[in-house]
Write a protein that binds this ligand. Structure first.
Ligand SMILES: Cc1cc2nc3c(=O)[nH]c(=O)nc-3n(C[C@H](O)[C@H](O)[C@H](O)COP(=O)(O)OP(=O)(O)OC[C@H]3O[C@@H](n4cnc5c(N)ncnc54)[C@H](O)[C@@H]3O)c2cc1C
Length: 427
């Protein structure tokens, strides 16, 4: 059987040792079958195991093969659209629940790292960078909004204070979130997968699910085996393809690219990001960057709607990197990779259920490191019969993309071009 390896990223090159988990073979019975070993699937598995369920995880490639093992490593709070948008879409009680959960993911990750001794280079603190005065004013509003939901870890930074945390002339100011932070994303999910196995969970790699047969006891089939379960959790996100057409119909895979420079050395790295915070700017098509533990700059950005792999990632990312830090004009890029996230029209996540026992969570639309950990807990709660928080998410509307599958890519790209233009012109 051919084996799908990790893409050649800095994370794969610096991953903690992990076993090759054998593919599923033969027929298995369990309580919950999880499809996909990214943060969503592994997080759900871990919560379920902690509650005494038997869990089998089926992963098409390797643990963390998808976005969870490739992302920028930024633990950003809240959702890809903020709570003011959420408030307009659901009733006050659901908005309250969703507002509380917007700040839970970072706590879950820190608790997991602590409890299971996960080595993933956790650093505290993240900064939103305002490119324009208008964006700085919007950050002020965001601070008030988050404070309304009881979150008080934010500090506004004027131009000078911002220069103290990011050594570039690009920004009008920013906002520090002390509850944010950054991690080595692949090592986080690898550590969580180890925790799953330490609690008796079973993970099969190289086990792509080809069919899900719905029913009182759903059956999940791979080439060489099948799992009969009481519940299924679908966590394939942007890599799920057409396995379950209703999930594909209301979302769109998109690519985003990341590069890692050669190690910069302690002094240069410190001069760029003296506090070692991660940074994302406030543009619609945003840049995001941070230092790795060995002092490389990990810099990401760009979106390819429809998730085609770009021919030359470095050529896409380097101009923005150099615009941010002209000091790095000559820097060598050691790694460049791409990964897919799942966009929804509202940019809010989609949680739901097919029939009575097939649960899914998908579509964090680019901000998923923290949210996927909340999703794992919420899915586990729903399976246990406590669906209040799951229902709050399920109440968010799941809109189809205009233009259907044929035209959704060009139409969305057109919309993004408009927002990009607004950012450039400071509208
Ligand atoms: C390049 C990049 C940078 C990002 N940066 C950030 C960031 O800095 N901060 C942030 O908050 N978010 C970021 N994101 C988003 C974040 O990484 C994702 O939202 C999150 O990792 C999604 O996790 P997931 O488990 O839902 O999906 P994934 O991690 O994509 O996992 C899905 C898994 O399911 C498996 N799978 C799919 N279909 C099947 C099948 N049929 N059978 C078995 N297995 C299957 C896949 O192989 C994959 O391993 C980024 C995303 C990308 C791509």
């Amino acid at each position: 059987m051919s084996r799908t390896p990790y893409p050649p990223s800095y994370y794969a090159a610096s991953a903690n040792p992990a076993p090759d988990r054998p593919p599923l073979q033969g027929a298995v019975e369990t309580d919950v079958c999880v499809i996909g070993a990214g943060y969503t699937g592994i997080s759900a598995a871990l919560f379920l195991l902690e509650q005494g369920y038997r869990v089998t995880v089926l992963e098409a490639a390797k643990v963390g093969f998808g976005a969870s093992g490739r992302n920028g490593g930024q633990m950003v709070n809240s959702y890809s659209r903020d709570l003011d948008v959420v408030e307009k879409q659901v009733g006050p009680e659901q908005a309250r629940l969703l507002g509380e959960m917007a700040f839970e993911g970072g706590r879950i990750i820190r608790e997991r790292i602590q409890r299971y001794g996960i080595r993933c280079d956790l650093k505290d603190g993240g900064v939103f960078a305002a490119v324009t005065a208008k964006q700085l004013a919007q950050l002020e509003q965001q601070k008030k909004l988050w404070e309304r939901y009881g979150y008080h870890q934010l500090e506004l930074l004027d131009t000078d204070a911002m220069r103290g945390v990011v050594n570039t002339e690009l920004y009008a100011g920013g906002m520090l979130d002390r509850g944010s932070g950054h991690i080595h994303p692949l090592n986080l999910v690898l550590g969580e997968a180890d925790a799953v196995e330490s609690l008796g969970g079973v993970i099969h790699e190289q086990s792509a699910v080809l069919q899900v047969e719905q029913g009182e006891h759903p059956v999940v089939r791979t080439v060489q085996g099948q799992v009969r379960a009481r519940f299924v959790v679908v966590a394939g996100n942007a890599y799920l393809g057409d396995l379950l057409p209703p999930l594909a119909a209301r979302s769109m895979p998109c690519g985003t690219q990341v590069v890692a420079t050669a190690p910069l050395g302690e002094e240069l790295a410190h001069s760029l990001l003296p506090q070692d915070y991660c940074v994302e700017d406030c543009n619609y098509l945003l840049d995001y960057y941070r230092l790795s533990a060995d002092k490389r700059l990990i810099f990401g950005g760009g979106v390819v709607y429809g998730a085609r792999d770009p021919a030359d990632i470095e050529a896409l990312i380097r101009p923005n990197l150099v615009r941010t830090f002209p000091q790095l004009r000559e820097v060598q890029i050691d790694y460049a990779w791409t990964g897919n996230f799942l966009l929804t029209l509202s940019r809010l996540p989609q949680l739901g259920r097919l029939g009575s026992n097939i649960y899914y969570s998908q579509g964090c639309s680019g901000h998923g490191v923290t949210f996927t950990h909340v999703a794992g807990r919420v899915l586990a709660e729903a399976i246990r019969g406590q669906a209040e928080r799951f229902d709050a998410f399920a109440a968010l509307p799941h809109y189809p993309f205009p233009g259907g599958r044929l035209l959704r890519v060009p139409l969305t790209a057109l919309g993004a071009w408009y927002y990009q233009l607004r950012d450039r012109l400071g509208w």
